[in-house]
Design a binder for this molecule. Sequence first.
Ligand code: ARG
Length: 595
Amino acid sequence: MKKFLDLITEEVTKAFVECGYDAKYAKVTLSNRPDLCEYQCNGAMAASKEYKKAPFMIADDVVAKLVTNPMFSMAESVKPGFLNLKIDEAYLAEFVENMCKDEGRFGCDKAENPKTIIVDYGGPNVAKPLHVGHLRSAIIGESIKRIGKYMGHNMIGDVHLGDWGLQMGLIITELKLRKPELVYFDEAYEGEYPAEAPFTIAELEEIYPTASGKSKEDEAYKEAALAATNELQQGRRGYRALLDHILHVSVSDLKKNYENLNVSFELWKGEKDAQPYIPDMVQMMKDGGFAYESEGALVVDVKEETDTKEIPPCIILKSDGASLYSTTDLATIVWRVEDYNPDGMIYLTDKRQELHFIQVFRCARKTGMVKDEMTLKHIGFGTMNGKDGKPFKTRDGGVMRLEYLVDEINEEMLKKIVENQKTKENLDISEEEAKATSKVVALAAIKYGDLSNQASKDYIFDIDRFTSFEGNTGPYILYTIVRIKSILSKYYGLGKDVAGAVIEPAHSKSEKDLMMELSKFNAMMENAFEETAPHKICAYIYDLANAFNSFYHGTKIMAEENEVTQKSYIRLLELTKAVLETCIDVLGFSAPDRM
Ligand code: ARG
């Protein structure tokens, strides 16, 4: 379906052209003076130079054409030459009715040429607990992936595990110290290794920080860890078997954690999977004359003339021949191109990794690893801070683990839901239902709290505010959906239906405002996809929820005596609910039936 703004622009363009003015002046925007009009066009001002005419004369000409156009209930020129427009109620109702009929899409067409896009997000490090830093990557990445899917693209999420490097050597070293008798350490052993891991996830999570702490104080320990890492990378059998155990235990735990966040990945690949691609890639960079030796390391220059700040060369191999974070990311591009030939890749990490991605992307392009048309995009997000404006910590100052944070919000939400129930007469929500509901609402609180900010900005994680049922919050959006659900169930509970009904022209200003918000849906969604900007969806549903609540407070829906009008209201409610639910689904959360 065409976008509402485009339909208006088409009509205004026709009017300009019919009056002999160039189409380029017919640019229509949403009004910035909603008290005066709904849409506006300032083109007459700009056209006045070209046509050497006073702007209001041009505006008057155009208005004369538009006043008879059934799309507008008002077309007015205002001195010095503004063009103010109001949409005709019947025209708007018809547009919204067409949205209703377009089930599941509400006027938002799928992409004509679907693209394959790999989204690299999550990025957890194996054997290390997920902390709040990983939360943003998971939340934003999941939403970007879902927005793309909704637009009809082939979106592939890859978790890109941090499963390679020193942390593995550290764990192996510590394990060897504690259980030297394990068969994995016997170099002479040639048999099969046990299927059961020699540690639990709890042990594993304790082993890593212990080992990491020791390596910082004990030089010999660190040496041992480096040696173990190296042996592992060279393929020592027992260590490989341990790595498999570490991965297995860790990944099942990670999956559980992500599931709780309503986040899932198509691919569970890791840094490890990129390693086999490194030798050929390095050879290609050498053969192509891109890579050269500098202070013992192998590097590729990636600076460009237009750079305003220094972009150092991308290091491919260290002087001891070891690969780095950038090597792994480059080799990952190799298999992704080989296996999926994607049109684009999107990476989500903390914005402090920006330079790394500039270097990797430039290196990949320069060496011809990716086709020119392929887009490579890094979305660097800001830090999630506590109320004190400093990176989020636990009460005792430690790094906040994701599970604890989620538990804390669940508890807070449960309290609020129980309180809220007390203020109502229907105290019939069981404890079990309240608990399940609080989880659903808590997830909305966390995700909306995050996604409603532009990703690159730091934000303050304020539990009180995020869990509030009022204001620009997830729970407020859910509350609005639940309110609609409850009206609908009352209506249908009376045995009524909406058979044969169509949406009538708005009966009130608030109803028209609601329709106007609805009409923006397809343009908004497309724009959110193009700009990889979930915060635009949040802003939209906040406006839509507000518009709905104003309509709700000003309209007697259940008491409406005219049945046809009542049916029209119900249809409008259904559409509002469906649009809100579609939006929160792409944001990655859902609404309960009551709360
Ligand atoms: N594991 C990394 C970290 O915790 C994030 C990985 C991001 N993705 C990538 N392709 N580099 O910082």
